[in-house]
Design a protein around this ligand. Structure first.
Ligand code: ME8
Length: 680
C-alpha cells in the first residue's frame, strides 16, 4: 500500500544574526511533528532553510566589510551557524533550501514573470513606509503610533519606481479562505487577519525594489530586485522542484499539509502566499499554523534588544533532548510563553529526572535485582486484561471505571496506557504538543504510583509465594514504559530510543502500531541497565553556570577591536598649533597613595626643571617599567589638582577597545629623541 504523504515546513530563517531559542522553538516543533508523522507511517517531507536576500543583509555585510554572500555563508555554514545548530538539535529535515541557491533564483525569476505575464504584476510608484528590520512595507493606516505594527520600531518614508502585485483582486477569495475554512489556525488569528488587513481594504503589494541590489534581479527589467517576501514564500514550492530541475517532488508533496510560522508572519502566509498561488493557478497549502512567541521578561527576544537566549549554551549544559522536551512541554504551541532558566531546570527535574527517569531506573533495577534481568514466562497480561486493553485502545476511549479489588490498580494502569496512543494522537493531530505530552505524563505518574501501591520490595521478601505477582507487576511497568517511550520518540528521540533499549524492546515492539497493543513486549525480554538518563540538576549551581556562560558568550560576541569614530568637527590649523607637544623622559614614576588609577611621573622636559604629571594609567602599567622611557606630553595645559597633587600637563596615549575592554598604550618614543623636542 502506498504510504500517506506529509509535507511540513518551518519558516526559512534570516541569516542576519545567529539564531536564538525562539527560532529553535519553531524548528523543534516542526521536527517533532515530522517525526510523529514518520512514526505513524507517513512518507514525510520536512523542509527548512534560510531566507538570504534583502536590504538588512546587504547593510550588515557592508558593516562587516564582506560581501552579502560571504556574510550569509558564514551564518549558515560557519562554526555554530544554522546548519550546526540543527545538527546539534537533532533536526531531521529532509531538505534545506537557501534562497541564494541557483535553482531557486532562476525559479523565482520565472515565477515573477508568470505573475507579470498573467496581468497580476504591474509597474507603478511606491510611496509609503518601510520597516527595514522586518523588511516590510506598510501603509500609514497600518502603522501603530506611527511605528511598525510588528516590531514597534521606526519606519522610513519610501518612494521609488516599483512593480506591484494585485493583492486587492484576491481580497474576497482570501477572506472566504480565512473565514469559511480551517486554513488558518489557531482560529484567533483569523479575526486578526480579517479585521486588521482585509476589512480596511487590501491594497496592492509592492513586489520589487530598486534602492538596493542584494536580491533576485527581475530579469526582464534590470535594476529591480524581487521583493524579499515573494522570493522567500516561494521557497515552499521551489524546494520541491517547481519551475526548476533540481528536484522533482512537486506533484508528490504539494500542496503542503502545514506551514508552521511565527505569529508575526501569519499575514504573509495567510494573505500574500495564497494570493500568489491563486494567481499562479496552483493549489493552496492545506494549513498555516501561527505559533506564539517565546518571550523573555515579557518581551520578544531579538538580537537588537540584546535579550536573546543561546540554544547552544542550554543544549550543551542540559542535553539536547531535555531542551527539546522543555520547549514543547512547557508552552502551548499557539500562544506566547515566558522563557526562563528556572522553568527549564524545573521541567527537567520534575518530568524527566523524577517522573520518567525514576520510573525507568526503578523498573529496570528491580527486574535486575529480583529476576536477574529477565522476567519469567507467564508474567504477561491475562485474557481479561487483553480484552480490556483492546477496548481501551479504540479511538476516543477515555478509560474504564475501576472496581475496587486486588488488581484494581493493574486495570487502571492498563486501561490508561492502552488508551494513551489514541488520546495522544488526537492532540498531535491538532499540533497540541503540550497536551500530547501531558497525556504521556499522566500515564508515567500513574505507573510511579503503581510501584508504590504494589510495593515490589515487600512482595520480594517472599519470592516463592509472590513471584508470579511480582513478575506481573514488573511486566506491567515495562509495558507502560514501552508505550510511553514510543510516543515520546518525536520529542526526545535519543532518550526514547535509550528507554526502549534498556527495557529490551525489539524493533517490532517499538512501532506505532505496537504502541496500541498491550502485551506486545515479549514476556521473557532481557532488560539492560544503562546510564541515568536525566540526572537531577542542582538548580542554584546550574543558574550560576548559565549566568557565567551567558556572560562569556556576550564577551565573545563583542567585536575583536573597536576604535572611537573620528570627529566630524574640524579644528583650524592655528588652533591646533597652539598645543605644545614635547618629548619627555621619565626620571621617576610612583603610584599615588589612595588611588588605584593614578601614577605620578617626574619628567625631564628639556627645560632643566622637573615637570610633574599625573596620569590615570595604573591599570595598564607598573611604575618601574616606565622609568627611563621617552614619552609624549602636552605641556601647555593649565595645571590641575588630582588627589591633592598638581599635574602639569598630560601624557599622550592611544586608546581602543578589545573584546569590550578598554586598552591603553602610552606613546613611547625612540630613545634617540631628546627631552624637550617639539612634536609638530
Ligand atoms: O521571519 N519565539 O525569518 P526570521 C518564537 N525569513 N518564534 C520566534 C521567535 C521567538 N522569540 N523569534 C523568532 C523570517 N521566531 C522570514 C521567514 S518564511 C517564507 C520567511 C520565529 O529568521 C519567527 O516567528 O526572522 C519566524 O516564524 C521564524 O522564527 C523565523 O524568523
Amino acid at each position: 500500500m502506498e504510504k500517506r504523504r506529509y509535507y511540513i515546513t518551518t519558516p526559512i530563517y534570516y541569516p542576519s544574526d545567529k539564531l536564538h531559542i525562539g527560532h529553535t522553538y519553531c524548528t523543534v516543533a516542526t521536527d517533532a511533528m515530522a517525526r510523529y508523522k514518520r512514526l505513524t507511517g507517513c512518507e514525510v517531507m520536512f523542509l527548512t532553510g534560510t531566507d538570504e536576500h534583502g536590504q538588512k543583509i546587504e547593510d550588515k555585510a557592508r558593516e562587516a566589510g564582506i560581501t552579502p554572500q560571504e556574510f550569509v555563508d558564514n551564518i549558515v555554514r560557519g562554526d555554530r551557524g544554522i546548519l550546526d545548530l540543527w545538527k546539534l538539535m537533532n533536526i531531521s529535515n529532509d531538505r534545506f533550501i537557501r534562497t541564494t541557491d541557483s535553482y531557486h533564483v532562476s525559479a523565482i525569476q520565472k515565477i515573477f514573470k508568470k505573475l507579470h505575464d498573467n496581468g497580476d504584476i504591474y509597474k507603478g510608484k511606491y510611496v509609503g513606509k518601510y520597516c527595514k528590520p522586518c523588511e516590510s512595507f506598510w501603509t500609514d493606516s497600518q502603522l501603530v503610533d506611527g511605528k511598525c505594527p510588528d516590531c514597534g520600531r521606526e519606519v522610513q518614508d519610501a518612494e521609488e519606481e516599483a512593480y506591484f502585485f494585485k493583492l486587492s483582486k484576491y481580497a474576497d477569495k482570501i477572506q472566504h479562505l480565512l473565514e469559511d475554512t480551517d486554513f488558518l489556525e489557531p482560529r484567533s488569528r483569523v479575526n486578526e487577519m480579517v479585521n486588521n488587513f482585509i476589512k480596511p481594504g487590501l491594497e496592492d503589494l509592492c513586489v520589487s525594489r530598486t534602492s538596493f541590489t542584494w536580491g533576485i534581479p527581475v530579469d526582464f527589467d534590470p535594476g529591480h530586485v524581487v521583493y524579499v517576501w515573494v522570493d522567500a514564500l516561494s521557497n515552499y514550492i521551489t524546494a520541491l522542484g517547481y519551475d526548476n530541475d533540481q528536484y522533482d517532488d512537486y506533484d508528490k508533496f504539494w500542496p503542503a499539509d502545514v506551514h508552521f510560522v511565527g505569529k508575526e508572519i501569519v499575514r504573509f502566509h495567510s494573505i500574500i502566499w495564497p494570493a500568489m498561488l491563486m494567481s499562479l493557478g496552483e493549489p493552496l497549502p492545506k494549513k498555516v499554523f501561527g505559533h506564539g512567541w517565546l518571550l523573555l521578561d515579557g518581551g520578544k527576544m531579538s538580537k537588537s534588544k540584546g535579550n536573546v537566549v543561546d540554544p547552544y549554551i542550554l543544549a550543551e549544559m542540559f542535553g539536547v533532548d531535555a531542551l527539546r522536551f522543555f520547549l514543547l512541554r512547557t508552552f502551548p504551541f499557539g500562544s506566547d510563553g515566558n522563557f526562563s532558566n528556572e522553568a527549564l531546570i524545573q521541567t527537567i527535574n520534575v518530568d524527566l529526572a523524577n517522573d520518567l527517569g525514576n520510573l525507568l531506573s526503578r523498573t529496570v533495577s528491580m527486574v535486575g535485582k529480583y529476576f536477574g534481568g529477565q522476567l519469567p514466562a507467564g508474567c504477561g497480561p491475562s485474557e481479561e486484561e487483553l480484552r480490556l486493553a483492546e477496548r481501551c485502545a479504540q479511538p476516543n476511549c477515555f478509560g474504564v471505571t475501576v472496581e475496587p479489588g486486588d488488581d484494581a490498580c493493574d486495570v487502571e494502569l492498563i486501561a490508561l496506557a492502552s488508551a494513551l496512543r489514541s488520546r495522544y494522537e488526537e492532540q498531535m493531530e491538532h499540533f497540541a504538543f503540550q497536551n500530547g505530552l501531558a497525556e504521556i505524563f499522566k500515564v508515567i505518574d500513574r505507573a510511579n504510583k503503581y510501584i508504590d501501591e504494589n510495593a515490589p520490595w515487600v512482595l520480594a521478601k517472599d519470592i516463592t509465594a509472590n513471584g508470579p505477582r511480582l513478575a506481573h507487576v514488573m511486566y506491567n511497568l515495562l509495558e507502560t514504559l514501552r508505550v510511553c517511550a514510543i510516543l515520546l520518540t518525536p520529542f526526545i528521540p535519543t532518550s526514547a530510543a535509550e528507554v526502549l533499549r534498556q527495557i529490551g524492546a525489539c524493533e517490532k515492539c517499538s512501532t506505532w502500531d505496537s504502541a496500541a497493543q498491550w502485551g506486545a513486549l515479549p514476556q521473557t525480554v532481557a532488560v539492560q541497565r544503562g546510564e541515568n538518563l536525566f540526572p537531577r540538576i542542582d538548580t542554584e549551581k546550574a543558574l550560576k553556570e548559565l549566568e557565567a556562560a551567558a556572560e562569556a558568550a556576550k564577551k565573545a560576541a563583542l567585536p575583536d577591536l573597536e576604535t572611537e569614530p573620528q570627529l566630524e568637527e574640524k579644528v583650524d590649523f592655528d588652533t591646533f598649533c597652539k598645543s605644545d607637544f614635547r618629548a619627555v623622559k621619565v626620571k621617576d614614576c610612583q603610584p599615588v597613595k589612595k588611588s588605584d588609577k593614578l601614577l605620578r611621573f617626574t619628567l625631564d622636559d628639556g627645560t632643566g626643571t622637573d615637570r610633574q604629571i599625573l596620569s590615570g594609567i595604573a591599570k595598564w602599567y607598573k611604575p618601574e617599567e616606565l622609568v627611563g622611557k621617552t614619552l609624549m606630553a602636552i605641556v601647555n595645559l593649565p595645571p590641575r589638582k588630582m588627589m591633592g597633587q598638581e599635574s602639569q600637563g598630560m601624557l599622550i596615549s592611544a586608546v581602543h577597545t578589545e573584546k569590550g575592554e578598554e586598552r591603553l598604550n602610552l606613546l613611547i618614543l625612540d630613545d634617540k629623541i631628546p627631552a624637550g623636542a617639539k612634536m609638530c
